[in-house]
Design a protein around this ligand. Sequence first.
Ligand code: 1CP
Length: 321
Amino acid sequence: MRQAGRYLPEYREIRDKAANFLDFCYSPSLAAEATLQPVRRFATDGAIVFSDILVIPDALGQKVEFIAGHGPVLEPLRSVSEIDLDVGRLREFLSPVYKTLSMVRADLGEEIALIGFAGAPWTLACYMVEGGPSTDFSALRAWTYERPGELQDLIDLLVEAVSAHLIAQAEAGADVLQLFDSWAGILPEREFDRWSITPTAKIVRKVKEACADVPIIGFPNRSGVLYKDYAAKSGVDGVSIDASVPLDWAARELQGRCVVQGNLDPHLLLAGGEALGEEVERILSVLGGGPFIFNLGHGVLPKTPPAHVAAVADRVRAWGS
Ligand code: 1CP
């Protein structure tokens, strides 16, 4: 999950050294520093490269801006014909991200995993068609019923773009890759396979062909019982679960098939107190017996006190030893 960012004073200190958020992502020395900050502070076992899922629409030529205090704003895509994919150009455009990965890999201890990532096609399409954050992404939901052929073309193009971006990240030093399908949970059951599982399976196949040894974690956020289908059919090595997934269900239905990652509620991490410690213990005791990566159910919230994160990291480490 997102572990760098605004809740860390050392991030806020370097954030203004770039003119805007995307420039920050494309400045390898700043992005490498932001990647390493949480590792230094909390001694995490993994570092996730500092970048964003929206670098792909940016690399495809769609207008993407991050407005301070508001979030991402994209020029909404009206038709697939507005973009075309040239993989060589995409890799060239995103080369600062690969430079960041190689810089971080050179700096990290060998025992610390470096994670590269991308948005899954469905989630990227949500932002590309809606033009920014939304609660239901109704513009894209309409495409699923009214323009399924055109949506298929967009998703197919994104499968190629995401695969190329993930392979380049592995080549640059990523040990693990994560696919964020943050908006998989808005899909109804009969659409979930086509727009979340199948594109993910295609990406997994392509990435494994190029770099067989790099594990892939999928995060179909808020997909409920459909996590089981996703784990069975997508080919991912691990599934990241959100905080709504019952732990005993995940142990029973998912851990026999793949690694499970999750799922502390970021709001509980923000609140702290006794309940936080109890929940960390409960997660460890239910999932810690199988293949498991302790993590949050979603990214760290901006107001989270770093001391809460430190306390959780200490507790998880103590349990492991
Ligand atoms: O300067 C800032 O604080 C801007 C906040 C911020 C940060 C720190 C954004 C804007 N992106 C990021 C970095 C980021 N994004 C990382 C880097 C690693 C890390 O922080 O440790 C990662 C993994 C992401 C992934 C990402 N970006 C996702 C998928 C994960 C998730 O949270 O579901 C999504 C949906 C985005 C889009 C995005 N970028 C930024 C914002 C505010 C958003 C969300 C827009 C929305 O509300 O829908």
